[in-house]
Design a protein around this ligand. Structure first.
Ligand code: C2O
Ligand code: CU
Ligand code: CU
Length: 486
């Protein structure tokens, strides 16, 4: 675990949800007080918000995950059936320090095959959760891999072919956090001032964790209207007057968020998919596609007691002719509500966070075209995913330029396994590379009309990895390919 100056420990902490127990214990302020089995007594005292659960921590060195049917609690006094890791939503937060060896056993107690993928973590092909490695009900899979990459926010989720969307929507997802000495030296907020937030959109009520995409959903991707954080509806967290670190994962089916603060202040982005940015980036808004992560600081020192700041998804438009009409709706994603805790003055943020060495000039180029065929199927370079077909062979250690071209009227968050890449350019559409897209990425949002060029190099492992759209209906519908690192 990170060693760095302790924050004040005056705030009572929300207890993570457990299968059997207490939903949450909240301090004063905006939250009500809920206990297990509280009878419904008139209007919800929380004003419809639920305390954000902080998932339990599991060391990567001795991990085990049981995927099984269980009960999710979308709000106090509500429970719905779900599929969960260790009966938790999100699953346990796996923590590793750079240099450690991860050993994690997966046990499948679901009624169908599954396999877990460590999104953004560079692991040998046999530990990457390729769909061909899916295990049947009752079976186990043992993962062993060295954790040797920069500190950052990663996540894990199932990856069986055709069933990834369903399994994630039913509740199977968790954080995978890597720390290292470089990050520790920055003395970023830790403990209660480090908030992990898994963003998902779901239905209200009993259908929240049900997976029943319509045929329109299978085309555009499944979009629902209600924001959930760490499995609860309209989350809130009580804060003191201090700086907070928010690590966000977009674990939705297909929704893109345009993050911004409700009070109009900028977000201070310090990291993204592959870890820290070279320097903090102050931005008014951040587009976060499915699978992407953003690590940002929000200062609550000036927030008066009893007031709140809302992390929002701001409205946005897709280009004319795009056919994902409900993308871009405004949402309140997380309320940060100031309780009566103290005000804490944080040291100034260092101007330099990390060093990112640019990849050298590419020696080869490949083009990946994302399109929808006349029958409505999602394709890369005109092809449907085939489990045993190798689509691309990429030599280990070589820098290549990959052109990701969107030839469809839908957004595609494009994800590559087994490495991190650097974004060179985006032409068409938004026609810019945003400051928060610097550093290392493993997923990049390619909107309609856009072509994104990235530089990529596989440095560590040979074997079969994947490239796919992380819109889960597109991925499950075949917008995925095998790439073999040779
Ligand atoms: Cu987050 Cu191949 O996936
Ligand atoms: Cu991945
Ligand atoms: Cu897509």
């Amino acid at each position: 675990m990170a060693i760095s100056p302790a924050p004040p420990v005056t705030r009572r902490r929300f207890i993570g949800l457990t299968a059997t127990g207490v939903a949450a214990v909240a301090g004063g302020g905006a939250q009500g007080l809920f206990g297990c089995g509280d009878p419904p007594t008139g209007p919800d005292p929380s004003g419809g918000r639920s305390p954000l659960p902080a998932p339990r921590i599991m060391p990567a060195s001795s991990g085990s995950l049981v995927a099984a049917p269980g009960t999710a609690r979308p709000a106090a006094r509500e429970s719905v059936s779900a599929w969960l890791f260790d009966d938790l939503m999100p699953g346990p937060t796996i923590r590793a320090r750079r240099g450690e060896a991860a050993t994690i056993r997966l046990l499948n107690r679901l009624p169908e095959p599954t396999i877990v993928h460590w999104h953004g973590v560079q692991v040998p092909a046999a530990a990457d959760g390729h769909p061909r490695d899916a295990i049947p009900p009752g079976a186990t899979y043992d993962y062993a891999f060295p954790v040797d990459q920069r500190a950052g926010t990663f996540w894990y989720h199932p990856h069986p072919h055709h069933r990834t969307g369903a399994q994630i929507h039913r509740g199977l997802a968790g954080f995978f956090i890597i720390s290292d000495d470089e990050e520790d030296a920055l003395t970023l907020p830790i403990g209660e001032r480090e908030i992990l937030l898994l963003l998902q959109d779901r239905d209200d009520g009993p259908a929240a964790y049900e997976y029943a995409p319509t045929s329109a959903d299978l085309h555009t991707g499944m979009l629902r209207d209600v924001p959930y954080g760490n499995g609860v509806r309209r989350p809130t967290v009580e804060v003191i007057g201090a700086r907070y670190r928010l690590r966000l994962v977009n674990g939705s089916q297909s929704r893109i968020y345009r993050l911004g603060l409700g009070d109009g202040r900028p977000l201070t982005v310090i990291g993204n998919d592959g870890g820290l940015l070279p320097a903090p980036a102050e931005v008014d808004d951040v587009y976060l596609g499915v699978g992407e992560r953003i690590d940002c600081l929000v200062d609550c020192a000036a927030l008066p007691a009893g007031k709140a700041v809302i992390l929002k998804s701001l409205p946005f438009d897709l280009p004319a002719g795009a056919d994902a009409s409900t993308q871009g709706m405004a949402m309140d994603l997380l309320e940060l509500a100031r309780g009566d805790g103290p005000t804490w003055s944080d040291p100034p943020l260092p101007a330099t966070l990390s060093t990112v060495t640019p990849l050298g000039p590419p020696v080869a180029e490949r083009v990946f075209v994302f399109s929808t065929d006349p029958g409505g199927a999602h394709r890369i370079n005109g092809r449907d995913f085939e489990m045993d077909r190798i689509d691309e062979q990429v030599p280990l250690g070589r820098v290549e330029r990959w052109i990701l071209r969107n030839d469809s009227s839908l957004p595609h968050p494009v994800h590559v396994h087994g490495t991190q890449f650097q974004i060179e350019s985006r032409v068409g559409g938004r026609a810019t590379v945003y400051p928060y897209e610097g550093g290392w990425k493993d997923t990049v949002l390619v909107m309609p009309l856009e072509t994104v060029a990235v530089r990529v190099r596989f440095e560590r492992y040979r074997g079969v990895f994947m490239l796919h759209c992380h819109n889960l209906q597109h991925e499950d519908g075949g917008m995925m390919l095998n790439l073999e690192v040779i």
